[in-house]
Ligand binder design. Structure first.
Ligand SMILES: Nc1ncnc2c1ncn2[C@@H]1O[C@H](COP(=O)(O)OP(=O)(O)OP(=O)(O)O)[C@@H](O)[C@H]1O
Length: 349
């Protein structure tokens, strides 16, 4: 791999990639079907999908642990589909990887785990010591250098995993469900560390996840994978704001929880008999101005009955459910006015 990849230039490209497994029990399984994907240098790119969508297969094609059935995988300008096994091993050295279950060597200390890839790469003892100290300092566990993995918490183990993955200065870090085994607070710590890996070290990160919260926290761009196909991709803000596909809407819904459902909705209904609407809230859509004039203009008052607003790519984003109290024509007029600036959904009674 060349040593420089300029931000904004394509670093990982999949062109019309299909991967078919032939199995004894299920016959031919199409794990990936016509995938077109470009990941640019400097990005944190998330690939999200439910179990079986094809995420792991996609990762294994990027680090050349699997070969495509058809199509091309180009990493840093090199077409992996044409390379010999020996050359593929070299390419793999430029790609770090972290895992859900950390995959540390239990018989080695933290130092030994991080030193391992450097030994294999033939580094001198002095260089290894210097590099490992630097890495452990960066991930914040220098004081644990002589501990064994079993003596560490999940978050500390993943820090070791990150230090080990970065040891040989890879340009790309693949994070496969890297926070799925961690509690929410530790997840947030590890995601913050990955963000530093991206901004301070310039490493391009591909995050594989089934959790939209992870995408919201860390990613610049996202591709949604469903049954081996990419059904949607783009900037995280755009995908969250305007999801096109039902699967994407379900993922977005898991993060925002901004619309009342089920027993929540029943409880709200029992207390608020008026018409209920959910309005999309975004920094650039000032629904407050319309609502503050609602009584004067339409004879309608309102009560906020439910809401979920999150920070996303530096903006506030979410939904507010309002009970609108007034006669039907006034409420209709207010909804029409709100719809001029944002999406408004009437909650079915
Ligand atoms: N080596 C294999 N042999 C046969 N079928 C496979 C193989 N690897 C994956 N598959 C199949 O390909 C499809 C996609 O699997 P994959 O593991 O890539 O999905 P995933 O999104 O990573 O799911 P999970 O989150 O459960 O790991 C599934 O139907 C799976 O059974």
């Amino acid at each position: 791999m060349s040593s420089e990849a300029r931000p904004g230039t394509p670093l990982i490209e999949l062109r019309d990639v299909t991967k078919v497994f032939t199995t004894a029990g299920r016959g031919r399984v199409t794990a990936l079907d016509g995938i077109d994907l470009t990941i640019e240098a400097g990005d944190i790119f998330a690939i999200i999908g439910y179990s079986g969508a094809g995420k792991s297969t996609l990762v294994r094609l990027i680090n050349a642990l699997e070969r495509v059935t058809s199509g091309r995988v180009i990493v840093d300008g090199i077409d992996l589909t044409t390379l010999s096994e020996r050359r593929l091993r070299e390419v793999r050295r430029g790609i770090g990887m972290i895992f859900q279950q950390f995959n540390l060597l239990r018989s080695r200390t933290v130092f030994g785990n991080v030193a391992y890839p450097l030994k294999i790469a033939g580094w001198s003892k002095a260089d290894i010591e210097k590099r490992v100290a630097e890495l452990l300092n960066f991930v914040g566990i220098l004081d644990k250098a002589w501990h064994y993995p079993d003596q560490l918490s999940g978050g500390q183990k993943q820090r070791v995993g990150i230090a080990r993955a970065l040891a040989t200065n890879p340009k790309i870090l693949l994070a496969d469900e890297s926070t799925s085994a961690l509690d929410p607070e530790t997840t947030a710590d590890v995601l913050r560390l990955l963000k530093r890996v991206n901004t301070e070290l310039g490493v391009t990160i591909v995050v594989i996840t089934h959790e939209m919260e992870v995408v919201r926290e860390i990613a610049d761009r996202v591709a949604v994978l469903d049954s081996g196909r990419i059904i949607e991709q783009g900037r995280v803000l755009d995908v969250f704001t305007d999801p096109q596909h039902e699967t994407t809407r379900r993922f977005v819904g898991t993060v925002l929880r901004d619309q009342p459902e089920g027993t929540n909705l029943e409880r709200i209904r029992a207390r608020h008999p008026g018409r209920l609407v959910t309005a999309r809230v975004r920094d650039d859509r000032n629904i407050g101005a319309v609502l503050s004039n609602a009584h004067a203009r339409h004879g309608v008052s309102f009560e906020i009955v439910y809401g979920g607003i999150k920070e996303l790519a530096g903006q506030s984003f979410g939904g507010l459910t309002l009970e609108l109290i007034g006669d039907d024509s006034g409420v209709d007029a207010l909804i029409a006015e709100l719809r001029e600036i944002t999406e408004v959904q009437e909650v079915a009674s």
